[in-house]
Design a protein around this ligand. Structure first.
Ligand SMILES: Nc1nc2c(ncn2[C@@H]2O[C@H](COP(=O)(O)OP(=O)(O)OP(=O)(O)O)[C@@H](O)[C@H]2O)c(=O)[nH]1
Ligand SMILES: [Mg+2]
Length: 451
């Protein structure tokens, strides 16, 4: 348990109806009663009950509410007192300054949650779920954060670590009492355990494809030759005129990004400069950026203009796009359909729309969604959305391969047991159940003060 009692303003910096100032640590209740008076005496205070009273700060007297959480039944596992005062930063700051002058230390970013972790109230990945929920920009991000916070991944990690512990115990018995038959049995069990772990790790990594899209937003690049209607489509998808539209080829010079949310998932729409041969220095830079966007996008919408037959420019762009996750969007269907899509060769995923008449725009959004979000993964409560977890799982996968190779090439069990211990520690880095302490500070630095 920490010795220091810490304090911070937990609500955002700005004007609001209510602000919350929070204290955590052994002196929380004592300090509260030095500055706050209410009808309930300190020795009779009931935890988790709101008390109306008066807070005496240096310059002001503030009518506010106080609530006490008694250790260990609190967010941090320590005594916590929260004051709910009138909103606006002046009052909250005066309350905080008063608490600091009465012996509290200013909380560092994430210190409340770090204490919760150190007091065994939460695992590292659950704490990361809290950060994700706080920073979420879409419902699906909140859901993914909530799943982490709820401990689904922590449970899985614990099971994997338990499996390793079990096999380590078997290996140690063989090392202590060598016997050829028993050694062979242990090696078979070891292989089975490692194969099983590999499968579990692969399944988790598979969910990260959708998970990372949900966490970071899905990048959707609009590409095509000039005048295909990319900017018009961007405006139609956003339902307002974000990009300039004219009938002059080469209107869009630079990429423009804007987000929309569909089915609770954040999509980042990127309008790009039309790709064509150009001698204009500025346009050439824009075209190079369009090509970069094709490479980095999660999905590319390749626009064709129905009013003209497919050109060499279209074929050139399709060549850049065809290895990507793409949808061919045949635009200007309100005018005519002059296009033979098969000229491009073997194509899949074609949709016919009119950007200016807003025809099939919702259908297009649905198609984009289903091409990047695996329904299976979103329904499954366990999804990897954190790049740190992905990195750990990749390393753990490598370690499993190494152990399997070691078994096959007859490496002795004492060496393998070291590798197994390392694997146990690596997987435990997800939840913090590991001997690697460095990661803990790094994670809590990302929190805001007051959480
Ligand atoms: N009739 C019709 N016209 C459209 C449609 N979509 C775009 N246009 C017209 O096509 C012209 C070019 O549209 P933009 O959206 O600027 O095309 P762009 O692909 O962004 O062009 P660049 O920025 O030059 O690469 C404009 O005159 C639009 O009004 C459509 O669905 N139907
Ligand atoms: Mg444009």
């Amino acid at each position: 348990m920490a010795e220091k009692t810490i304090a911070a303003i937990s609500t955002p910096n700005g004007v609001g109806g209510i602000a919350i100032v929070r204290m955590s640590g052994p002196k929380a209740l004592d300090i509260a009663y030095e500055v706050f008076s209410c009808s309930r005496p300190k020795d009779k205070v009931i935890p988790r009950t709101l008390y109306l009273g008066e807070f005496t700060a240096s310059d002001i007297k503030e009518k506010c509410l106080m609530v006490y959480f008694k250790a260990p039944y609190s967010y941090t596992g320590e005594d916590i007192v929260e004051f709910q005062c009138h909103g606006g930063m002046v009052i909250a700051k005066q309350i905080l300054e008063t608490l600091l002058s009465h012996g509290c230390a200013m909380a560092e970013a994430g210190e409340f949650t770090k204490r919760a972790f150190l007091n065994g109230k939460t695992t590292l990945d659950e704490a990361e779920g809290v950060i994700d929920m706080i920073n979420a920009e879409s419902e699906s991000e909140v859901r993914a954060g909530y799943n982490l916070l709820s401990g689904h991944l922590a449970q899985k990690v614990k099971t994997m670590q338990d499996n390793i512990t079990e096999i380590l115990a078997k290996v140690n018995v063989v090392m202590d009492y060598p016997d050829e038959d028993v050694e062979d049995d242990a090696k078979i069990d070891l292989e089975t355990t490692i194969s099983d772990l590999q499968n579990q790790i692969n399944n988790l990594l598979e969910t990260s494809k959708t998970g990372m899209v949900i966490k970071n937003g899905c990048r959707v690049a609009l590409v095509g030759k000039p005048n295909a209607g990319k900017s018009s489509l961007m405006n139609a998808m956003l339902h307002y005129n974000r990009a300039i539209v004219t009938d002059i080829k080469g209107t869009t010079r630079d990429t423009i990004e804007e987000t929309y949310v569909y089915n609770g998932v954040k999509f980042i729409l990127i309008d790009t400069a039309g790709v064509r041969q150009s001698n204009d220095a500025v346009e050439k830079i824009g075209i190079a950026k369009s090509i970069d966007e094709i490479k980095s996008a999660d999905i590319v919408l390749f626009l064709l203009d129905s009013t003209t037959p497919i050109t060499d420019e279209d074929k050139y762009i399709f060549n850049l796009v065809c290895d990507k996750n793409y949808i061919i969007v045949v635009n200007k269907q309100d005018i005519c359909d002059n296009i033979d899509i098969n000229t491009l060769g073997n194509v899949k995923d074609v949709i016919y729309i009119s950007a200016t008449q807003e025809q099939n725009i919702d259908k297009l959004k649905q198609k984009i969604y289903s091409k990047v979000i695996s329904e299976q993964n979103t329904k499954d409560s366990l999804m990897i959305t954190n790049i740190r977890h992905v990195e750990i799982l990749r390393q753990a996968k490598e370690m499993c391969n190494k152990i399997k190779n070691a078994i096959m090439s007859g490496v002795t069990l004492d060496i393998i047991s070291i590798d197994l211990t390392n694997l146990w520690n690596k997987i435990g880095e997800i939840t913090g159940n590991t001997n690697n302490g460095e990661i803990i500070d790094k994670i809590f630095e990302k929190f805001c003060v007051g959480k």
